[in-house]
Each structure stands twice: as C-alpha cells, then as structure tokens.
Design a protein around this ligand. Structure first.
Ligand code: PRP
Ligand code: ADE
Length: 181
C-alpha cells in the first residue's frame, strides 16, 4: 500500500541523527548519513520533493544543487522531474570561465561558483540543499544564479533550522522545507 505523506515524513525524520558540538562547540549538527543509507527513506525524501515541485513549479528548467550535500538530492530529483542538474560548487573546483559570490556560514566563510555557461538568460531554476541554517549559502547561490541571468523560482531543503532565520534572509524567494527544527 502507498504510504501517506505523514508516514513518509515520520520515517525520514527517524533517520536524521543529531550530534552535539560538531563541527565546533555549540553547533547541533543534523546528520543525514543514516537517511542516505536507507533506501526507503531516500526514496520517500525524493517522493516528497517531487510531489511539491510538480504541484508548484511544473515549468522548472533546472535543479541547481549546492556543494556538497545538495548534490545528494538534486540529481535524484532532477531525474524524476525529467530536467537537468546544475552544480554550484565551492570556489576553485570548476574548469573554464566561472561566476562567483562570497558568503558567511554558520561556522566559517566561503565562496560559491558556477560555470558561466551553466544557465541561459531567463531559464527557471530551483535550488536544493540538505539544510538551511543562517541562509548564507542559499542566498549566495540564488545571487549567483541571478547574476547568470536565471529566474530563481525558489529553494528546496530537507531541514530548516528555524532559530537561525535563514528563510527570512532569502527575502521574497520561497523556501520549501520538509522538516523544521
Ligand atoms: O544556511 P547556511 O548557514 O549557509 O548553512 C547551510 C549550509 O551548510 C552546510 O554545508 P557546508 O558549507 O558545511 O558544506 P558541506 O555540504 O560541504 O558539508 C549545509 O549543507 C548547507 O549547505
Ligand atoms: N546544524 C547543522 N547541521 C548540519 N549541517 C549544517 N550546516 C550548517 N549548519 C548545520
């Protein structure tokens, strides 16, 4: 029998493991490795993203994933939707002409980069990552996509850390999350 949305959410939630003080003191790290390891949880996660995107954004051209954990879910979702996948990488990993934007993390400083020809002007994109904390990574990636001429429809994440107000940082760009902590 087909599982309900609630059953899928409950099952997936049981596969997200909290770790105190990682990677530095005071950070409660949400570990998705058990979810990735579990076929049923992984399928259910992509089912829920797929259902949302098909209902909300049937006109999306590309799924854009953030380095590194956006690469875990993005290509699986893109394949289900029948669209391509674009990589937003940390600086220095992509060959050829690139565009970049710098940003601040919950625990550090970084810069995101995309190949300059990754998207064409006016193409509609959805960004995906495992988690939104301060929202710096997604904000930088959205800015990067806009710099390349793409139309950012919205962002998808598995987990939103509500206390860090990352969604507010995205301004009018909608952020869909499966879990809020
Ligand atoms: O909302 P923010 O405060 O920007 O934080 C969220 C980002 O931090 C984590 O990635 P991280 O940069 O640690 O890299 P990783 O995916 O390579 O582990 C996470 O996967 C998000 O990409
Ligand atoms: N608390 C957290 N858990 C997992 N990944 C993160 N990335 C940024 N903050 C994080």
């Amino acid at each position: 029998m087909q599982e309900s949305r609630e059953e899928k959410l409950n099952y997936i939630m049981g596969k997200i493991r909290p770790f105190n003080d990682f990677p530095s003191k005071g950070v409660l790290f949400r570990d998705i490795c058990p979810l990735m390891k579990d076929h049923k949880a992984l399928c259910a996660t992509i089912d829920l993203f797929e259902e949302y995107v098909k209902q909300t954004y049937p006109m999306v051209d590309f799924i854009v994933g953030l380095d590194a954990r956006g690469f875990l879910f993005g290509p699986l979702l893109a394949q289900r939707l029948g669209v391509g996948f674009v990589l937003v990488r940390k600086k220095g990993k992509l060959p050829g002409p690139t565009e970049s934007v710098s940003y601040t993390l919950e625990y550090g400083q970084a810069e995101v980069e995309v190949q300059a020809d990754a998207v064409e002007k006016g193409q509609r994109v959805l960004l995906i990552d495992d988690l939104i904390a301060t929202g710096g990574s997604l904000h930088a990636a959205c800015e990067l996509m806009k710099k390349c001429g793409a139309e950012v429809l919205g962002c998808l994440v598995l987990i939103e850390l509500k206390g860090l107000k990352g969604v507010e940082r995205q301004g009018s760009t909608p952020v869909f999350s499966l879990f809020q902590y």
